[in-house]
Design a protein around this ligand. Sequence first.
Ligand SMILES: Nc1nc2c(ncn2[C@@H]2O[C@H](COP(=O)(O)OP(=O)(O)OP(=O)(O)O)[C@@H](O)[C@H]2O)c(=O)[nH]1
Ligand SMILES: [Mg+2]
Length: 120
Amino acid sequence: MSNIVAIVGRPNVGKSTLFNKLIGGRRAIVKEVSGVTRDRHYGKSEWNGKQFSVIDTGGYVSGSDDIFEGEIRRQVKIAIDEATVIIFVVDVETGSHCQCSAHCCLDVQALVQSLRTRHI
Ligand SMILES: Nc1nc2c(ncn2[C@@H]2O[C@H](COP(=O)(O)OP(=O)(O)OP(=O)(O)O)[C@@H](O)[C@H]2O)c(=O)[nH]1
Ligand SMILES: [Mg+2]
């Protein structure tokens, strides 16, 4: 099985920035607003002599009816299923739980549950 690293996390936490750093380019769009990445992006990287594929995903938002956010959730789950390693990116100031009141924040439990079902 090939080495695949999936980068997941809430919107706007720096996933695409990390992806670009790992692949050594600027393939993924980085912006200061949320919801920029909507599908999965694949790239190749090498770290300490090991080659691997890396997947950038859209920001995971749980429980919303928004059609785009629903599709992003689907894409994130596909990436998690494909991955051998998952990097869960958080904003150092916000931590794993968003402070906003609406459902626009990540339900960490839902994502962690996805990871647990993969015995990660
Ligand atoms: N201060 C700081 N800002 C960062 C860091 N990494 C990324 N950013 C900024 O955070 C913003 C969002 O970065 P992205 O890489 O687009 O975030 P993302 O998680 O891919 O966002 P979505 O695709 O919308 O979910 C951009 O303005 C980046 O320049 C970091 O380590 N520190
Ligand atoms: Mg992004």
